[in-house]
Ligand binder design. Structure first.
Ligand code: PRX
Length: 650
């Protein structure tokens, strides 16, 4: 690992291309002097049926209204597929590497186009209409990408749901989005395990009951496992699409028509579906991919994210396909069946850009430098990461051991709400700085504010906000514009508040310091404390519950839960509470620890002070800070003693 002097060496890397630096400086200047002209120029990165005359018509004031390119008309699947057919129809668009090392599949742009058209026709034949929602619940298989693009082709709104959500969580999302169809599979593979997709969907539909609008369930055969099929509702994917024509006329959409909903977690309340609009999102996917990942036709781009998350939407599916590059998806697990699996894939397919999450980098570091050392990795030209803060050490490992000091690392800060990258180094145009997401992309106006929402200047730490809209910004929360306005635009009126804290250095570079709200980031997955607490509220044996995030070596953050039993005679077991969380939220929300305590630290108005629970769970009891706001400060020593006792007993 480089010493601190080397860190400066990386910071001062001289691989700056003066032509590129100049080009980016011009972009930044044009975005300021002529924003409309600038954004309309960026809109040319995608294909339009009717090119827009207007760029933004957005306001963060009053009711908050975000609209981009609103007189433009387009279809997202045409930009990703049809426009490449003439030049590179026979070039690979999508490579699928199965969990089984001997199985893979490559689809050219023409083949992917045909698959998408077949499913589009099948969806239309089932009666799915423009504007209706279709849920997708699939592992990393070709049909996941096909399903997203087929929805886009017929103007249906895709709602991709994470395989790890509980049936109850899926049921709630099916009701909230009023999805009319679900595309799922028999079972998925996860290392040696099977993930019961169809059974989960059946349970979710039972949970959702009669208010659910799902009429059709399309089942892809991934493993061939036998699953129950309900006559009249469930359809075998292959039987359905094989009867369909490989040509399908695309529905021409208005730029502001919804392309997809994607659920994410916030501080309070149930998960919310962010609404992304067709034109602006596509422009943002193309613009950010081009600027930061430098995709090239003939090269292979591998973003390891699951398509169920926004990174999968933007940097597995839309961004790379828009640019005509080959996108690779991998069905399996990181170190399965051997620790060098990822590197074997990089070498086998000559991956050029590898985009992953810090949590994966930490797991790879644990395997030892000798594992990537056994592989060539000579095809790599660009590395990227996103989803959570990356430590300078992990950044340097990625740069040194994987990138062999040849490949720039783009640490990209963004969110489900932003649609695509926001803060990111533009490799070749500016120096990198390990652990720093660097600067806003041209056209973005980031500011830091005090806790009161006032703008603060210079090298300071504060709340990260944006003063003006950008094309990829989510338009609203599905069915709840009030929540959208209140969550993002009231902290500092007239600005978008991201929910993250950041530090800015004297060069204007930003480093994300973490969430300022009650969102926990476990291995890059966003989980709201309210989701866990609501799940625990269903357990009659407990009267109070509070979840906090604590630092975790591998996951970034882990969840620790504090509960108060309703009666000392029937104290609930930690395992039982953990199961309730897994059943109601999903396994990815399983807590690291559950502490049974007598009393919670509360303010005089009765609010649980999570800050103190976080400190106690992290064993940082020396620096608890001001306790004078507590209703009863005497609770604290008892709490500390209880936690110590329970730690010693485990
Ligand atoms: O806290 C920030 C963290 O992940 C959150 C967004 O999560 P999600 O909506 O799932 O979108 C993931 C898209 C990458 C942010 O509010 N985050 C994301 N990227 C970074 C990050 N924290 C630090 N550095 C990053 N590069």
């Amino acid at each position: 690992m480089p010493d601190s002097q080397d860190r400066t060496a990386i910071w001062n890397l001289t691989d700056i291309d003066p032509v590129k630096a100049e080009q980016i400086a011009r972009l930044r200047a044009q975005a300021v002097s002529d924003p409309d002209g600038f954004w309309l120029e960026q809109a040319r990165r995608i294909e339009w049926a009717s090119f827009p005359a207007v760029a933004s018509n957005s306001s963060f004031e009053g009711d908050v209204s975000i609209r981009w390119f609103e007189d433009g008309m387009l279809n997202a699947s045409v930009s990703c597929l049809d426009r490449h057919l003439a030049d590179r129809g026979d070039k690979p668009a999508l490579i699928w590497q199965a969990d089984d090392t001997t199985v893979s599949r490559t689809l050219t742009f023409r083949e992917l186009h045909e698959e998408v058209c077949r499913l589009s026709n099948a969806l239309r034949a089932l009666g799915v209409k423009r504007g209706e929602r279709v849920a997708i619940h699939l592992p990393m298989v070709v049909e996941g990408v096909v399903a997203m693009l087929a929805c886009a082709r017929i103007g249906a709104v895709h709602v991709v749901l994470f395989g790890g959500f509980s049936p109850e969580g899926i049921g709630e999302r099916l009701i909230d989005s009023s999805a009319v169809a679900v595309i799922t599979c028999d079972t998925g593979r996860r290392g040696a395990k099977r993930i019961p997709h169809k059974v989960t969907i059946d349970a979710a539909l039972t949970h959702a009951g009669t208010i659910c609008a799902v009429k059709n369930v399309i089942v892809v055969q991934v493993t061939g496992d036998v699953v129950p099929m309900k006559e009249g509702r469930d359809h075998d994917y292959t039987a359905l699409v094989s009867q369909q024509s490989p040509a399908c006329e695309a529905e021409i959409m208005r730029a502001e028509d919804v392309l997809f909903l994607l659920y994410t977690s916030g501080s309070t309340g149930k998960p919310k579906a962010m609404v992304h609009a067709t034109g602006g999102y596509m422009v943002w996917a193309a613009y950010t991919t081009d600027l930061t990942l430098a995709p090239e036709p003939e090269r292979v781009h591998w973003c390891t994210a699951d398509i169920a998350w926004i990174t999968g939407h933007t940097y597995v599916v839309y961004g790379p396909l828009l640019s005509g590059t080959t996108t690779l998806i991998y069905e399996g697990l990181l170190g399965w069946p051997q620790p060098g699996r990822w590197w074997e894939i990089v070498d086998r397919y000559e991956v050029s850009c590898l985009y992953t999450a810090p949590t994966a980098i930490r797991a790879l570091i644990r395997e030892g430098d000798e594992v990537p050392g056994r592989y060539s990795l000579a095809s790599l030209r660009r590395l990227a990461c996103a989803g959570e803060p990356i430590s300078p050490d992990a950044w340097e490992w990625f740069y040194e051991v994987v990138g062999r000091r040849r490949c720039p690392v783009a640490d990209m800060w963004w969110q489900t709400e932003t649609g695509g990258g926001m803060l990111c180094v533009i490799p070749g145009a500016q120096p990198m700085k390990p652990g720093w997401a660097t600067t806003p992309l041209p056209g973005l106006t980031a500011v830091l504010t005090s806790e009161k929402g006032e703008i603060i200047e210079g090298a300071v730490e504060g709340a990260l906000c944006f003063t003006a809209s950008w094309p990829g910004q989510a338009r609203t929360i599905w069915g709840d514009h009030k929540r959208f306005r209140e969550t993002y635009f009231t902290f500092s009126p007239g600005k978008y508040f991201a929910g993250d804290g950041a530090r800015r250095d004297e060069n204007g570079y930003y480093m994300i310091t973490g969430r300022m709200d009650d969102v926990i980031n476990v291995s890059g997955h966003r989980i709201g404390t309210a989701e866990i607490e609501d799940a625990l509220a269903t357990c009659h044996a407990i009267s109070e519950a509070a979840a906090v995030g604590v630092s975790h070596d591998l996951k970034g953050q882990g969840i620790v839960v504090f509960v108060v039993a309703r009666s000392s005679k029937v104290a609930p077991a930690a395992d039982e509470l953990s199961t309730i969380i897994c059943d109601r939220v999903g396994r990815y929300a399983a807590p690291e620890r559950v502490y049974l305590v007598n009393e919670m630290p509360k303010t005089r108005s009765g609010k649980i002070v999570r800050r103190l629970l976080r400190k106690i769970a992290s064993n940082e009891t020396e620096s608890l800070g001001d306790l004078s706001t507590l209703a009863d400060p005497a609770v604290i020593p008892t709490l500390i003693a209880t936690v110590k006792e329970q730690n010693a007993a485990s």
